[in-house]
Design a protein around this ligand. Structure first.
Ligand code: PMP
Length: 382
Protein backbone atom coordinates (compact mmCIF):
# COMPACT_ATOMS: atom_id res chain seq x y z
CA UNK A 1 0.00 0.00 0.00
CA UNK A 2 1.44 3.43 -0.89
CA UNK A 3 1.66 5.97 1.92
CA UNK A 4 -1.32 8.28 1.16
CA UNK A 5 -3.10 9.34 4.36
CA UNK A 6 -4.97 12.12 2.53
CA UNK A 7 -6.60 10.08 -0.24
CA UNK A 8 -9.94 10.49 1.51
CA UNK A 9 -9.79 14.21 0.67
CA UNK A 10 -10.09 13.39 -3.04
CA UNK A 11 -13.24 11.38 -2.39
CA UNK A 12 -14.77 14.27 -0.44
CA UNK A 13 -13.76 16.77 -3.13
CA UNK A 14 -15.41 14.63 -5.82
CA UNK A 15 -18.60 14.45 -3.76
CA UNK A 16 -18.54 18.22 -3.28
CA UNK A 17 -17.97 18.82 -6.99
CA UNK A 18 -20.85 16.49 -7.84
CA UNK A 19 -23.18 18.53 -5.63
CA UNK A 20 -21.97 21.86 -7.08
CA UNK A 21 -20.59 22.95 -3.71
CA UNK A 22 -16.92 23.63 -4.46
CA UNK A 23 -15.61 26.87 -2.97
CA UNK A 24 -12.79 28.80 -4.57
CA UNK A 25 -10.67 31.68 -3.32
CA UNK A 26 -10.58 34.66 -5.63
CA UNK A 27 -8.59 37.79 -4.84
CA UNK A 28 -10.87 40.78 -5.14
CA UNK A 29 -9.75 43.60 -7.43
CA UNK A 30 -8.09 46.52 -5.61
CA UNK A 31 -9.87 49.11 -7.69
CA UNK A 32 -13.51 49.88 -8.34
CA UNK A 33 -14.14 47.63 -11.36
CA UNK A 34 -16.82 45.78 -9.41
CA UNK A 35 -19.77 47.37 -7.64
CA UNK A 36 -19.50 45.83 -4.16
CA UNK A 37 -22.67 44.47 -2.59
CA UNK A 38 -20.87 41.43 -1.23
CA UNK A 39 -18.70 42.79 1.58
CA UNK A 40 -19.69 43.56 5.17
CA UNK A 41 -18.45 47.12 4.83
CA UNK A 42 -21.92 48.42 5.75
CA UNK A 43 -20.93 52.05 6.19
CA UNK A 44 -18.24 52.14 3.52
CA UNK A 45 -15.62 52.95 6.15
CA UNK A 46 -12.92 50.40 5.26
CA UNK A 47 -11.57 52.76 2.59
CA UNK A 48 -12.50 56.01 4.29
CA UNK A 49 -9.37 58.23 4.28
CA UNK A 50 -9.82 59.14 7.94
CA UNK A 51 -10.03 55.46 8.91
CA UNK A 52 -7.08 54.32 6.80
CA UNK A 53 -5.03 57.27 8.11
CA UNK A 54 -5.85 56.19 11.68
CA UNK A 55 -4.65 52.67 10.81
CA UNK A 56 -1.39 53.98 9.32
CA UNK A 57 -0.75 56.31 12.25
CA UNK A 58 -1.35 53.47 14.72
CA UNK A 59 1.10 51.21 12.86
CA UNK A 60 3.72 53.98 12.82
CA UNK A 61 3.30 54.65 16.52
CA UNK A 62 2.88 51.11 17.87
CA UNK A 63 4.30 48.82 15.18
CA UNK A 64 2.89 46.49 12.54
CA UNK A 65 2.03 43.80 15.05
CA UNK A 66 0.96 43.96 18.67
CA UNK A 67 4.05 41.82 19.55
CA UNK A 68 2.43 39.57 22.13
CA UNK A 69 -0.65 38.44 23.98
CA UNK A 70 -2.72 41.14 25.64
CA UNK A 71 -1.53 40.17 29.13
CA UNK A 72 2.16 40.39 28.14
CA UNK A 73 3.11 43.03 25.54
CA UNK A 74 0.03 43.12 23.28
CA UNK A 75 -1.93 45.86 25.06
CA UNK A 76 -1.34 49.48 24.05
CA UNK A 77 -2.97 52.75 25.08
CA UNK A 78 -4.87 52.47 21.80
CA UNK A 79 -6.48 49.18 22.86
CA UNK A 80 -7.56 50.74 26.16
CA UNK A 81 -8.97 53.81 24.39
CA UNK A 82 -10.86 51.63 21.93
CA UNK A 83 -12.31 49.55 24.77
CA UNK A 84 -13.42 52.66 26.68
CA UNK A 85 -15.01 54.29 23.65
CA UNK A 86 -16.70 51.12 22.37
CA UNK A 87 -18.27 50.47 25.78
CA UNK A 88 -19.44 54.09 26.12
CA UNK A 89 -20.81 54.25 22.57
CA UNK A 90 -22.81 51.03 22.89
CA UNK A 91 -23.96 51.78 26.47
CA UNK A 92 -22.04 49.14 28.41
CA UNK A 93 -19.89 49.42 31.51
CA UNK A 94 -16.79 47.81 30.00
CA UNK A 95 -15.37 46.21 26.87
CA UNK A 96 -12.57 43.85 25.92
CA UNK A 97 -11.07 43.75 22.43
CA UNK A 98 -10.13 40.48 20.71
CA UNK A 99 -8.33 39.66 17.47
CA UNK A 100 -11.65 38.69 15.86
CA UNK A 101 -15.37 38.49 16.50
CA UNK A 102 -14.97 34.73 16.25
CA UNK A 103 -12.52 34.75 19.16
CA UNK A 104 -14.84 37.08 21.12
CA UNK A 105 -17.74 34.61 20.79
CA UNK A 106 -15.56 31.66 21.79
CA UNK A 107 -14.36 33.66 24.80
CA UNK A 108 -17.79 34.71 26.05
CA UNK A 109 -19.33 31.27 25.63
CA UNK A 110 -16.49 29.34 27.27
CA UNK A 111 -15.76 31.78 30.10
CA UNK A 112 -19.35 32.42 31.15
CA UNK A 113 -20.45 28.78 31.34
CA UNK A 114 -19.30 25.63 33.13
CA UNK A 115 -19.74 21.93 32.35
CA UNK A 116 -22.99 21.90 34.33
CA UNK A 117 -24.43 25.03 32.65
CA UNK A 118 -27.14 25.11 30.02
CA UNK A 119 -26.69 27.16 26.85
CA UNK A 120 -29.83 27.87 24.84
CA UNK A 121 -28.83 28.68 21.28
CA UNK A 122 -30.95 29.82 18.30
CA UNK A 123 -30.80 27.37 15.37
CA UNK A 124 -29.77 30.21 13.05
CA UNK A 125 -26.80 31.38 15.11
CA UNK A 126 -23.43 32.09 13.50
CA UNK A 127 -20.83 29.31 13.23
CA UNK A 128 -18.62 31.03 15.82
CA UNK A 129 -21.46 30.69 18.36
CA UNK A 130 -21.99 27.05 17.42
CA UNK A 131 -18.26 26.42 17.94
CA UNK A 132 -18.28 28.36 21.22
CA UNK A 133 -21.11 26.16 22.50
CA UNK A 134 -19.17 23.02 21.57
CA UNK A 135 -15.98 24.30 23.14
CA UNK A 136 -17.75 25.28 26.36
CA UNK A 137 -18.57 21.67 27.33
CA UNK A 138 -21.90 22.95 28.65
CA UNK A 139 -25.12 21.22 27.64
CA UNK A 140 -26.51 23.08 24.63
CA UNK A 141 -30.18 23.19 23.70
CA UNK A 142 -30.57 24.35 20.10
CA UNK A 143 -34.00 25.94 19.83
CA UNK A 144 -36.02 26.81 16.70
CA UNK A 145 -35.13 30.10 15.07
CA UNK A 146 -36.46 33.29 16.73
CA UNK A 147 -38.74 31.40 19.12
CA UNK A 148 -38.75 32.96 22.64
CA UNK A 149 -41.35 30.46 23.84
CA UNK A 150 -38.99 27.60 22.98
CA UNK A 151 -36.26 29.44 24.90
CA UNK A 152 -38.54 29.75 27.93
CA UNK A 153 -39.32 26.05 27.82
CA UNK A 154 -35.66 25.06 27.48
CA UNK A 155 -34.70 27.27 30.44
CA UNK A 156 -37.47 25.74 32.50
CA UNK A 157 -35.83 22.31 32.27
CA UNK A 158 -32.62 23.43 33.98
CA UNK A 159 -32.03 24.46 37.57
CA UNK A 160 -28.42 25.71 37.41
CA UNK A 161 -26.46 28.39 35.57
CA UNK A 162 -27.92 29.18 32.16
CA UNK A 163 -27.11 31.44 29.23
CA UNK A 164 -29.21 32.27 26.17
CA UNK A 165 -27.23 33.17 23.04
CA UNK A 166 -28.44 34.74 19.83
CA UNK A 167 -27.32 36.78 16.86
CA UNK A 168 -28.98 40.21 16.97
CA UNK A 169 -29.33 40.19 13.20
CA UNK A 170 -28.96 36.81 11.51
CA UNK A 171 -26.17 36.82 8.99
CA UNK A 172 -27.88 34.71 6.34
CA UNK A 173 -31.37 36.22 6.11
CA UNK A 174 -30.82 39.61 7.78
CA UNK A 175 -33.79 39.19 10.14
CA UNK A 176 -33.61 40.46 13.73
CA UNK A 177 -33.86 38.40 16.91
CA UNK A 178 -36.78 39.03 19.32
CA UNK A 179 -34.43 40.58 21.90
CA UNK A 180 -37.03 42.03 24.28
CA UNK A 181 -38.83 38.68 24.60
CA UNK A 182 -35.54 36.82 25.02
CA UNK A 183 -34.48 39.26 27.76
CA UNK A 184 -37.81 38.67 29.54
CA UNK A 185 -37.31 34.90 29.34
CA UNK A 186 -33.79 35.28 30.75
CA UNK A 187 -34.93 37.50 33.61
CA UNK A 188 -37.71 35.08 34.53
CA UNK A 189 -35.23 32.18 34.67
CA UNK A 190 -32.23 34.01 36.13
CA UNK A 191 -30.28 33.32 32.94
CA UNK A 192 -27.68 35.53 31.24
CA UNK A 193 -28.31 36.88 27.73
CA UNK A 194 -25.44 36.93 25.23
CA UNK A 195 -26.13 38.79 21.98
CA UNK A 196 -23.79 38.76 18.98
CA UNK A 197 -24.32 42.23 17.50
CA UNK A 198 -21.95 41.76 14.55
CA UNK A 199 -24.60 42.94 12.08
CA UNK A 200 -26.34 45.46 14.34
CA UNK A 201 -23.44 47.70 15.36
CA UNK A 202 -23.29 50.75 13.11
CA UNK A 203 -26.69 50.05 11.59
CA UNK A 204 -29.29 49.63 14.37
CA UNK A 205 -30.00 51.92 17.31
CA UNK A 206 -29.55 55.67 17.56
CA UNK A 207 -26.54 56.61 15.44
CA UNK A 208 -25.60 52.93 15.04
CA UNK A 209 -25.23 52.13 18.76
CA UNK A 210 -26.39 48.61 18.02
CA UNK A 211 -29.33 46.27 18.52
CA UNK A 212 -29.09 46.21 22.31
CA UNK A 213 -29.22 49.99 22.56
CA UNK A 214 -32.18 49.93 20.16
CA UNK A 215 -33.97 47.43 22.40
CA UNK A 216 -33.16 49.37 25.59
CA UNK A 217 -31.09 46.44 26.86
CA UNK A 218 -27.55 47.83 26.61
CA UNK A 219 -25.76 47.86 29.93
CA UNK A 220 -28.48 45.81 31.62
CA UNK A 221 -27.71 43.39 34.40
CA UNK A 222 -27.14 39.96 32.90
CA UNK A 223 -26.64 41.26 29.35
CA UNK A 224 -23.42 40.71 27.41
CA UNK A 225 -22.74 41.64 23.78
CA UNK A 226 -20.14 40.47 21.31
CA UNK A 227 -19.13 42.57 18.32
CA UNK A 228 -16.93 42.42 15.29
CA UNK A 229 -14.85 45.42 14.26
CA UNK A 230 -14.76 44.08 10.71
CA UNK A 231 -18.18 45.06 9.39
CA UNK A 232 -19.58 48.56 10.07
CA UNK A 233 -16.29 49.74 11.52
CA UNK A 234 -14.41 48.64 8.38
CA UNK A 235 -11.46 47.25 10.36
CA UNK A 236 -10.70 43.85 11.86
CA UNK A 237 -11.12 42.38 15.33
CA UNK A 238 -13.85 41.72 17.85
CA UNK A 239 -15.04 42.71 21.30
CA UNK A 240 -17.07 41.58 24.30
CA UNK A 241 -19.11 44.25 26.10
CA UNK A 242 -20.75 43.86 29.48
CA UNK A 243 -20.59 44.55 33.22
CA UNK A 244 -17.05 45.31 34.46
CA UNK A 245 -16.92 42.12 36.53
CA UNK A 246 -17.72 40.04 33.45
CA UNK A 247 -14.92 41.73 31.50
CA UNK A 248 -12.46 41.21 34.38
CA UNK A 249 -13.48 37.55 34.46
CA UNK A 250 -12.75 37.23 30.73
CA UNK A 251 -9.32 38.85 31.17
CA UNK A 252 -8.53 36.18 33.72
CA UNK A 253 -10.11 33.12 32.17
CA UNK A 254 -10.92 33.43 28.45
CA UNK A 255 -8.46 31.29 26.54
CA UNK A 256 -8.91 33.14 23.22
CA UNK A 257 -7.95 36.32 25.07
CA UNK A 258 -5.06 34.97 27.13
CA UNK A 259 -3.35 32.78 24.52
CA UNK A 260 -3.96 34.83 21.40
CA UNK A 261 -1.72 37.65 20.16
CA UNK A 262 -3.39 41.00 20.78
CA UNK A 263 -5.24 42.85 18.03
CA UNK A 264 -2.81 44.57 15.61
CA UNK A 265 -2.45 48.29 16.41
CA UNK A 266 -3.49 49.28 12.88
CA UNK A 267 -6.77 47.40 13.32
CA UNK A 268 -7.37 48.99 16.73
CA UNK A 269 -6.55 52.44 15.31
CA UNK A 270 -8.84 51.98 12.31
CA UNK A 271 -11.72 50.78 14.50
CA UNK A 272 -11.27 53.75 16.82
CA UNK A 273 -11.12 56.14 13.85
CA UNK A 274 -14.30 54.61 12.41
CA UNK A 275 -16.09 54.79 15.76
CA UNK A 276 -15.24 58.47 16.15
CA UNK A 277 -16.37 59.17 12.59
CA UNK A 278 -19.65 57.37 13.24
CA UNK A 279 -20.20 59.44 16.40
CA UNK A 280 -19.70 62.60 14.35
CA UNK A 281 -21.81 61.41 11.43
CA UNK A 282 -24.65 59.39 12.95
CA UNK A 283 -26.74 59.60 9.77
CA UNK A 284 -24.62 56.86 8.17
CA UNK A 285 -26.40 54.20 10.27
CA UNK A 286 -29.91 55.14 9.15
CA UNK A 287 -28.75 55.43 5.55
CA UNK A 288 -27.63 51.77 5.53
CA UNK A 289 -31.11 50.74 6.71
CA UNK A 290 -32.77 52.95 4.09
CA UNK A 291 -30.64 51.45 1.30
CA UNK A 292 -31.61 47.95 2.48
CA UNK A 293 -35.31 48.85 2.44
CA UNK A 294 -34.99 50.30 -1.05
CA UNK A 295 -33.12 47.26 -2.40
CA UNK A 296 -35.71 44.94 -0.89
CA UNK A 297 -38.63 46.99 -2.20
CA UNK A 298 -37.29 47.18 -5.74
CA UNK A 299 -36.24 43.52 -5.95
CA UNK A 300 -39.57 42.22 -4.68
CA UNK A 301 -41.44 44.64 -6.96
CA UNK A 302 -39.52 42.99 -9.83
CA UNK A 303 -40.87 39.58 -8.79
CA UNK A 304 -37.98 38.21 -6.75
CA UNK A 305 -38.39 36.68 -3.30
CA UNK A 306 -36.41 38.49 -0.62
CA UNK A 307 -36.60 38.60 3.18
CA UNK A 308 -37.70 41.98 4.59
CA UNK A 309 -34.43 43.33 6.01
CA UNK A 310 -34.18 44.41 9.66
CA UNK A 311 -30.67 45.84 9.18
CA UNK A 312 -28.29 46.05 6.19
CA UNK A 313 -28.42 42.45 4.92
CA UNK A 314 -30.77 41.72 2.01
CA UNK A 315 -31.29 38.03 1.32
CA UNK A 316 -32.71 36.96 -2.06
CA UNK A 317 -33.91 33.40 -2.56
CA UNK A 318 -32.40 31.19 -5.30
CA UNK A 319 -34.06 28.00 -6.54
CA UNK A 320 -31.00 25.78 -6.04
CA UNK A 321 -27.35 25.84 -5.00
CA UNK A 322 -26.25 25.53 -8.64
CA UNK A 323 -28.49 28.38 -9.81
CA UNK A 324 -27.32 30.57 -6.92
CA UNK A 325 -23.68 30.02 -7.92
CA UNK A 326 -24.50 30.77 -11.56
CA UNK A 327 -26.56 33.84 -10.58
CA UNK A 328 -23.73 35.27 -8.51
CA UNK A 329 -21.25 34.56 -11.35
CA UNK A 330 -23.53 36.27 -13.88
CA UNK A 331 -23.81 39.30 -11.59
CA UNK A 332 -20.03 39.38 -11.31
CA UNK A 333 -19.62 39.16 -15.08
CA UNK A 334 -21.96 42.17 -15.28
CA UNK A 335 -19.80 44.12 -12.81
CA UNK A 336 -21.66 43.43 -9.56
CA UNK A 337 -20.22 41.50 -6.60
CA UNK A 338 -22.85 39.78 -4.46
CA UNK A 339 -22.61 37.13 -1.78
CA UNK A 340 -23.78 33.58 -2.43
CA UNK A 341 -24.92 31.43 0.50
CA UNK A 342 -25.52 27.73 0.00
CA UNK A 343 -25.19 24.50 1.96
CA UNK A 344 -23.40 23.75 4.22
CA UNK A 345 -23.24 27.45 5.27
CA UNK A 346 -27.04 27.42 5.34
CA UNK A 347 -28.32 24.49 7.39
CA UNK A 348 -31.88 24.94 6.07
CA UNK A 349 -30.64 23.98 2.58
CA UNK A 350 -32.02 27.14 0.98
CA UNK A 351 -29.51 28.92 -1.25
CA UNK A 352 -29.54 32.70 -1.46
CA UNK A 353 -27.82 35.72 -2.85
CA UNK A 354 -26.82 38.06 -0.07
CA UNK A 355 -26.70 41.76 -0.84
CA UNK A 356 -25.08 44.30 1.43
CA UNK A 357 -26.87 47.62 1.67
CA UNK A 358 -23.89 49.93 2.02
CA UNK A 359 -24.62 53.41 3.38
CA UNK A 360 -22.33 54.97 0.77
CA UNK A 361 -24.10 53.55 -2.31
CA UNK A 362 -25.39 56.24 -4.65
CA UNK A 363 -28.89 56.12 -6.20
CA UNK A 364 -27.29 55.27 -9.55
CA UNK A 365 -25.40 52.38 -7.98
CA UNK A 366 -28.57 51.06 -6.30
CA UNK A 367 -30.40 51.22 -9.64
CA UNK A 368 -27.52 49.46 -11.41
CA UNK A 369 -27.38 46.74 -8.74
CA UNK A 370 -31.13 46.07 -8.86
CA UNK A 371 -31.01 46.02 -12.67
CA UNK A 372 -28.21 43.47 -12.72
CA UNK A 373 -29.73 41.15 -10.08
CA UNK A 374 -33.10 41.18 -11.87
CA UNK A 375 -31.62 40.78 -15.38
CA UNK A 376 -29.54 37.75 -14.34
CA UNK A 377 -32.21 36.09 -12.17
CA UNK A 378 -32.72 32.36 -12.82
CA UNK A 379 -36.44 32.57 -12.02
CA UNK A 380 -39.01 33.92 -14.40
CA UNK A 381 -39.49 37.54 -13.30
CA UNK A 382 -43.03 38.87 -13.62
N1 PMP B 1 -20.73 36.72 14.36
C1 PMP B 1 -21.42 36.95 13.24
C2 PMP B 1 -22.90 37.02 13.31
C3 PMP B 1 -20.73 37.13 12.03
O1 PMP B 1 -21.42 37.34 10.90
C4 PMP B 1 -19.33 37.07 12.02
C5 PMP B 1 -18.52 37.31 10.76
N2 PMP B 1 -18.89 36.62 9.67
C6 PMP B 1 -18.67 36.79 13.22
C7 PMP B 1 -19.39 36.64 14.37
C8 PMP B 1 -17.18 36.64 13.27
O2 PMP B 1 -16.58 37.88 13.33
P1 PMP B 1 -15.08 38.05 12.76
O3 PMP B 1 -15.21 38.00 11.28
O4 PMP B 1 -14.65 39.35 13.30
O5 PMP B 1 -14.31 36.91 13.29
Amino acid sequence: MPYAPFDWIDDEARRRAGAGLVRTLRPRPAGTELLDLASNDYLGLSRNPEVTAAAAEAARTWGAGSTGSRLVTGSTALHAELERELAAFCGFEAALVFSSGYAANLAALTALTAHDSLIVSDAGNHASIVDGCRLSRAATAVVPHADPEAVRKALHTHGGRALVVTDSVFSVDGDAAPLAALADACRAAGAALLVDDAHGLGVLGEGGRGALAAAGLAGGEGVVATLTLSKSLGSQGGAVLGPARVIQHLVNTARTFIFDTGLAPAAAGAALGALRLLRREPGRAARAGAVAAELHGRLTAAGLTAVRPDAAVVSVRAPSAESAVRWAADCRAAGLAVGCFRPPSVPDGISRLRLTARADLTQDQITAAVGTVVATAPLPVS
